[in-house]
Design a protein around this ligand. Sequence first.
Ligand code: SAM
Length: 225
Amino acid sequence: MAETDLDFGALRDDMVQQQLVTRDITDRRVLDAMRSVPRHLFVSKGMRRMAYWDGPLSIGERQTISQPYIVALMTQLLRLAGHEMVLEVGCGSGYQAAVLACLAEQVITIERHPTLASKARELLKQLGHTNVTVLVGDGSAGVPDEAPFDAIMITAATPTTVPPPLKEQVKDGGRIVAPVGGMGSQVLEVLERRGTDWRTVRSIPVMFVPLIGKHGWEEKEYGYW
Ligand code: SAM
């Protein structure tokens, strides 16, 4: 079947039903956002037919767009109500930022690869997500000029702990969702700020590309991948 004959809307509805509803995604707003964002536009033309499969896909620069279920789960764990200022570290294709944009007031997303950032910026603009700002830089240090944030999502693997500058940029009562652990595999953690204390809840094991930067991994450590 030619790509132009594919019904991406139907594929997206099936993805939500089969990969999210049958697992543990119960937040109506998250399900609606996942139903509305055209994931196939965030991957290269040759990969569009695979955009709604139950796994990650390559987006160039040795980076990936995460599995739909992981995008939905991380979003659900942030528990957004609609009024929040959110920081995403690891813009990649811009897909996760588009989902967040449906659920929060303002989204800042930062990406270290300028080529990925500019593609994402252009597409988010075309799709009318006027509440998203795409920045280029090392997000392991956060975005202090725009802080504090109600919520931060890190979509790259942090070594052993969430970088302290990111924790400092979260409001009291705010949340961070991040894959924390080794370079090969991590655990999704939800950190909730209570004044100077943090409550941490561990979710599921995951496998993310590394967060590379001053407060992440060194680029040369990523070499053997
Ligand atoms: N959220 C993305 C999406 O929806 O396509 C997928 C993120 S991908 C799994 C991880 C991204 O984090 C990559 O694009 C990578 O270049 C980026 N990254 C890694 N270290 C970073 C850093 N220090 N600052 C900003 N981006 C970083």
